[in-house]
Write a protein that binds this ligand. Structure first.
Ligand SMILES: Cc1cc2nc3c(=O)[nH]c(=O)nc-3n(C[C@H](O)[C@H](O)[C@H](O)COP(=O)(O)OP(=O)(O)OC[C@H]3O[C@@H](n4cnc5c(N)ncnc54)[C@H](O)[C@@H]3O)c2cc1C
Length: 496
């Protein structure tokens, strides 16, 4: 948005970013080094509350660097499926249906290409072939070419295959202008933390920030404040500014500015489980980012899109199983079945009025009444085993490490799958967009916070429902649309 808005020299934008620049940071810019960033200095590292039916030990990585999580994620790039957008429109986000949203994909500046031939590992190729035969699903070359219900293939990624460099939000939208110095109307305040929104009556007039050196500054907005802190930190900032559920704020002694009950509610994610095999010796080393291929299945023919997804990892991904006593094999691969349309809903809330204290993230994993979510993972483990029994993948695999061949009943598989469950790192929905009569909607279909003026939200928190596919491209499309809404807004020029 900063890049788009400053195309107009009459508009000036200040970007307030908690983390440092990604420029000249090979550890950030090299896509394949993503795993090394998790849990490090550039990770806010959120934890979850106790999850009685799930895994209470998940580290919810969120990037603290220019470009946000697009600077430390795997950059798998899916245009949300038509049903994903139509579901938003039906949930009260008028104007966000598939037909209206489609053009924004074409506007994206990221370099989105299929995993390059040289990066296609032999075992990932054999996974694709085995899944195709085992499940009779189509082989997809270019998941963004047309909508799909099921299919297996190599992903599209936002990267530059020649040097494995990211094409993150930062690289694609900001670097060209930082390098050329051609946007005097764009200012970056890095390593600067926004801790409170400044309001005059019902109008947002600025943001209170703390710089790296501890200096506290009020950054004033001539025109609008755009909140893009992500699904965890956007509701956190609102709550600390007195915008949220009245009772919760009062209980913490935070003066209520606006009683908005939906702030922090509707916490969505894509939970996943894992099944790991030891391979017969090392596998070839080439890859874009070690999880280059995936599979979508539609178990329910009535479903609008896929209802089970898998990432295939060319590494033994045993972080969570190890806690249950499983050992990491010297060489191995993993499949991670995930739930494209989870039914469980969680919530983010504050436990202290001190803005330094991290909020509580209660995903309420696997709590939906009909156990749709738990059941999906059980199906996922069973389907993964079918693929593993099928050539040409079968010939690579020495043994199933976890859950292990002795775990066969639905009950036991479910217990394992939930206890080692992980996240695909897709929290969303905590300031959802909706219609005027939806009391849990936080923003209206023009992304304006209800009951306030001069302030919008544009990030994963506005998602009313979860897309079946990985969400980053959806977030970028929200950004493109928000920039356009601002261009169209009556009062031209000014500062954001
Ligand atoms: C490890 C990992 C892998 C992933 N892989 C994929 C993938 O392959 N494909 C995909 O589609 N999605 C993927 N995702 C998800 C995707 O990256 C996110 O959905 C997306 O980046 C969310 O964008 P956002 O703008 O809502 O928030 P973020 O990307 O989290 O950006 C928020 C920004 O705001 C800054 N910030 C937050 N609070 C403050 C504050 N108070 N003051 C100042 N600055 C602040 C942060 O530093 C950050 O830069 C992955 C995520 C992770 C973590």
């Amino acid at each position: 948005m900063a890049s788009r808005l400053t195309e107009d020299p009459a508009v000036s934008v200040v970007v307030i970013e908690g983390g440092p620049t990604d420029i000249d940071r090979d550890d950030v810019l090299t896509l394949r080094r993503w795993l090394g960033l998790l849990g490090g200095d550039l990770d806010y590292g959120y934890t979850t509350t106790e999850q009685p039916r799930g895994n209470s030990h998940i580290l919810h990585s969120r990037a603290k660097v220019l470009g946000g999580c697009s600077s430390h994620n795997t950059l798998i790039s899916f245009k949300p499926l038509p049903g994903d957008w139509d579901e938003w429109a039906e949930a009260g986000a008028a104007g966000w249906d598939a037909k209206a949203m489609d053009p924004y994909f074409g506007k994206l500046r990221n370099h989105i290409v299929a995993v390059d031939e040289k990066d296609r590992n032999a075992i990932a190729r054999d996974f694709v072939e085995a899944a195709q035969h085992a499940l009779d699903v189509p082989r997809v070359e270019g998941f963004n070419k047309q909508p799909f219900h099921e299919g297996v293939g190599f992903f599209d990624l936002a990267y530059h295959p020649e040097n494995n460099k990211r094409s993150s939000a930062s690289v694609a939208y900001l670097h060209p202008h930082i390098e050329a110095g051609d946007r005097p109307n764009l200012r970056l305040m890095l390593e600067t933390w926004a801790y409170k929104l400044e309001l005059t009556g019902d109008r947002a007039t600025g943001v209170r920030v703390r710089t790296k050196d501890g200096e506290e500054i009020l950054v004033e907005a001539g025109r609008e404040v755009l909140v893009c802190a992500g699904a965890v930190d956007t509701p956190r900032l609102l709550l600390h500014s007195g915008i949220g559920p009245r009772e919760d704020l009062e209980a913490l002694g935070i003066p209520v500015v606006l009683d908005l009950p939906g702030v922090g509610e509707n916490l969505l994610d894509h939970p996943e489980s894992v099944i790991v095999w030891e391979t017969d010796g090392p596998i070839p080393d080439n890859s874009a980012m070690d999880s280059d291929a995936g599979l979508f299945v539609r178990r329910d023919p009535e479903s609008r899109g896929p209802d089970l997804m898998f990432h295939f990892y060319q590494i033994p991904f045993t972080d969570n199983p190890e806690r249950l006593g499983y050992e990491k094999p010297p060489h191995g691969v993993s499949m991670t079945p995930n739930i494209p349309k989870p039914k469980s809903r969680g919530r983010i809330y504050l436990t202290s009025a001190d803005p330094e204290v991290k909020p509580a993230l209660d995903f309420r994993y696997f709590t939906d009444e009909a156990d749709h979510d738990g059941r999906t993972l059980v199906d996922g483990i069973k389907i993964a085993r079918e693929i593993a029994r099928t050539e040409p993948l079968a010939g690579w695999l020495k043994r199933e490490v976890c859950p292990g061949p002795e775990v066969t009943s639905d009950e036991d598989i479910s217990e394992y799958a939930r206890k080692v469950a992980h996240t695909v790192y897709h929290p969303a929905g905590t300031c959802k967009m909706g219609a005027a009569d939806d009391e849990l909607a936080v923003v209206d279909p023009e992304l304006r916070i209800r009951g306030l003026t001069g302030i919008r939200i544009a990030d994963a928190s506005v998602f009313p429902t979860m897309p079946a596919v990985n969400p980053m491209i959806g977030v970028l499309m929200v950004g493109e649309k928000c920039a356009e809404l601002l261009h169209r807004a009556p009062e031209k020029g000014g500062d954001a």
